[in-house]
Write a protein that binds this ligand. Sequence first.
Ligand code: PNS
Length: 158
Amino acid sequence: MPTAVCPGSFDPVTYGHVDIVSRAAALFDKVIVAVLVNDAKRSFFSVDERIAMLSQATADMGGVEIGSFSGLLVDFCAEQRATTIVKGLRATGDFDYELQMAQMNANLSGVETVFLPTSPQWSFVSSSLVKEVARFGGDVSRLVPSYVLERLNHRLAE
Ligand code: PNS
């Protein structure tokens, strides 16, 4: 199978993301995890920090690279010669939005989107909830790798 792009904000990477990327890596020859650079949106971690955490999280996965992009995802896919976008679907709530983006991307360039159902143990996990729970002192140690937790706690203490 050819190259796939796994796009997202990854602010920060969670075990839910790790699950999707590792399963995508088993399906495609090459998977490019692509961090969206969005200057209009204030992020918790810088793009470099997010890339560093993703690099650690995927270090033991063959055929996985980390990149970043701004602008349209379909343009990044074309630059990388990637024919497929891989997205995780947690619950029905994700579906409407993801379907619309998949159809828009297909309409723009013909790129296909493949949805992988999130493994049940991570179906409630999102970067936003992880940050919110951590901000109020909740335990997120089972939801993110230890180095992500360390950076989260460090940033919250600043
Ligand atoms: O992790 P997220 O924030 O749900 O990821 C959303 C992402 C990055 C996949 C989406 O916002 C995106 O593709 N942005 C790039 C701009 C673009 O191509 N927009 C048109 C999408 S149809």
